[in-house]
Design a protein around this ligand. Structure first.
Ligand SMILES: [Zn+2]
Length: 102
């Protein structure tokens, strides 16, 4: 995960950044909603809306383009599956590595 303040990165999760002591992870209001992300994936996943919400921007752009040019058929199934994976907890982190809030 990545420190929001100084940009320090390490593989493991940390509650307090070892470089700048920013308490970035424990502030639960910053967590994104699992329910909202899952529903966005199921209903608007064809246009990558759930991935824009979670910060997976490059994947979201691909889905958006697929959604526009293929009328949302393939990317709709992709988004639907990701929405279900989010709701079941198989996808449990946003792009910054923060856990999703229940
Ligand atoms: Zn830091």
């Amino acid at each position: 995960m990545t420190c929001r303040k100084c940009g320090y990165q390490q593989e493991q999760k940390f509650d307090v950044c070892p470089v700048c002591n920013e308490v970035s992870v424990k502030v639960e209001e910053k967590y994104k909603s699992k329910l909202l992300a899952g529903l966005l994936g199921i209903f608007l996943g064809a246009y990558g809306v759930h991935n824009f919400y979670l910060g997976f921007t490059s994947k979201a752009v691909i889905q958006l383009l697929l959604g526009i040019f293929c009328l949302g058929i393939g990317s709709g199934i992709w988004g639907l599956i990701e929405g279900i994976l989010i709701l079941t907890g198989s996808i449990s982190e946003d792009a910054a590595g923060n856990p999703l809030k229940e």
